[in-house]
Design a protein around this ligand. Structure first.
Ligand code: ADP
Ligand code: MG
Ligand code: MG
Length: 249
């Protein structure tokens, strides 16, 4: 699904990723954990193609294609999805309009037909229900006045509607109480499939009790310093990042 080889990336001239390598197979769930400032969000932005996140060397292959040669919207249309750590508020654009535009523009980029209004409404209402996203949240301007937890649930709603091949969740658990965390985890687990992979970025072990990863990686200093199975997350919780990353260094 995804192969990152020796990736270096800079933000405003500052080198943040320094030789990051990671391979994600189809259907696998990988977790990246790491201290604040390690480069977790930078990794997700570099993969999604966010402006200002400059890849200076290394390669990324996504479903056999050179990901870095594609524009952000082309990456999305090919099935790459990013749930933001800090979802943006967009006044004047309703959540429904946003979702419909996203779903249909991706379909168009793939050469598929648009959903009509009736099909779309049926799809969005059914999906929203499973994620406890209210009718009111669908009608309001995108994320405006949403609580932290509502914003994160709304990110997962976007994911469920876009049905990506690779979903990157950047600290989707931050700001969630335990009930919302379970709703989000159930939403993610319901989408697990042999042809869909997940990269779950989190600071805390707790989320991984609900979304059980196949592999856990520790990101520190801009590269993966340690990889293991889900027990590595528990070890991190027990010993802290510092102890583990010092050992690795
Ligand atoms: P994490 O998500 O692991 O907490 P980030 O990827 O957000 O870490 O940040 C990694 C480093 O890059 C930090 O030192 C951060 O200050 C810096 N950084 C990230 N984005 C920017 C930016 N837009 N401008 C300047 N520095 C940035
Ligand atoms: Mg951070
Ligand atoms: Mg971050």
């Amino acid at each position: 699904m995804l192969e990152i080889k020796d990736l270096y990336a800079s933000v405003q001239g500052k080198e943040i990723l320094k030789g990051l390598s990671l391979k994600i197979g189809a259907g696998e769930v990988h977790a990246i954990m790491g201290p604040n400032g390690a480069g977790k969000s930078t990794t997700s932005y570099a993969l999604a193609g966010r402006e200002g996140y400059d890849v200076t060397s290394g390669s990324v292959t996504f479903k056999g294609e050179d990901l870095l040669a594609l524009k952000a919207e082309e990456r999305a249309a090919k099935g790459l999805f990013l749930a933001f750590q800090y979802p943006l508020e967009i006044p004047g654009v309703s959540n429904l309009t946003f979702l419909k535009t996203a779903v249909n523009s991706q379909a168009r980029l793939r050469g598929e037909a648009d959903l009509d209004a009736v099909q779309f409404l049926k799809f969005v209402r059914t999906t929203a229900k499973t994620l406890n996203v209210s009718e009111d949240m669908l009608k309001r301007p995108l994320n405006v006045g949403f609580s932290g937890g509502e914003k994160k649930r709304n990110e997962v709603l976007q994911m469920a509607m876009l049905k990506p091949s690779l979903a990157i969740l950047d600290e989707t658990d931050s700001g969630l109480d335990i009930d919302a965390l379970k709703v989000v985890a159930e939403g993610v687990n319901a989408l697990r499939a042999p042809d869909r992979s997940f990269l779950v970025i989190t600071h805390y072990q707790r989320l991984l009790d609900y979304i059980v990863p196949d592999f856990v990686h520790v990101l520190a200093g801009g590269r993966i310093v340690r990889s293991g199975d889900k027990s590595l997350a528990l070890l991190l919780e027990e010993q802290g990042y510092e102890a583990l990353t010092e050992k690795a260094a």
